[in-house]
Design a protein. Sequence first.
Length: 355
Amino acid sequence: MTKFAISVPVGAWHPFLPACLASLKHQKGHLGVALMDASDDPRVRALGEAHDDWLEHRYHGPDAGQSDAILNGWDAIDSDWLGWLNADDILMPYALERVIDAQECAPELDVLYGHSSILDDDGAMIGYHFNVEPPSDNLLKSGIISQPSCFFSREAYARAGGLDKSKHYTMDWDLWLRMYCSDAQFGFVDEVLSMVLWGADTKTASFTGARRQELRTLIEQYAPAEEQDATFRAFAIHTLVDRVKPNGLRNGITRYLRKSGPTLFGVRADGQIESKATLTLAHFDQAHKTGVDLHFAQRARALQVSSNLAVTDSRDGKTVRVQFKSPLVAGDVCAIHLDTAGGGPVSFKRAVWIN
């Protein structure tokens, strides 16, 4: 049976870290988890001790950076496949199960990845990672892989030369590029495999000189010459928009820029719902969830709501409250299906849990 080694490097306490570890504990399959804590925060140590019965490796102390922590975690676990989660990444409950199924159907695959939903700082779902797409040469000029939703064989990883410790901002894209160019076989799981925070303090929100230099180096090495400037501009615009304040202005700019963007699960990149759409949600909180408030940019009078769970819904202006008939416990999945029923355009903004 294939075994996965997942490193969780922690440089500082993050409120999502308990959910990150809980999401790994809920996975089905043969999995070893290494908690690599350089935070010197007693909350991280206490959390590690609380999970000591199932963590395969736990380290608390200084390291030489994120890549160093990830590598040391992998070295401590005997496994066939690898992956890593940051403290603010959360796996969907079925993630590894889907990866294992895909691998068993196509044993020749070296890399498997899927979609991610995006969370804000409050843990509300605000959409999907719309840059993610199936494997192609687009990887040479764009970040089409969401790192927390990507898993790869140790053999292909070693063949590509492993993580580059000198890279702080682009180490994941650099690794995917080298594996792709070393003829690793990439496969795609067309499902949401992780939940990812896009907050103001995440590394991808930074556009320091160091990050710009790392991006330039990779773009000049791999992207087609005639597309290198446009590729760099796309990264710059994405990063700068993410830093716009207040949130309402940023969201408006984002929706405008994404009008011609892709559609995932019936949700367009600017938030507009196609005729039918699905929002896939899960949580790992101790408190059960009694429902979800769906916030839209317009009144959603004609919107029809259904789910894999028994639900009722009510309307209040631009909010649709979806009430579960039985509370949703940690590790369960809620798929909310939306049908505009020909009632005009509706743009999704946030899905907020109700305790």
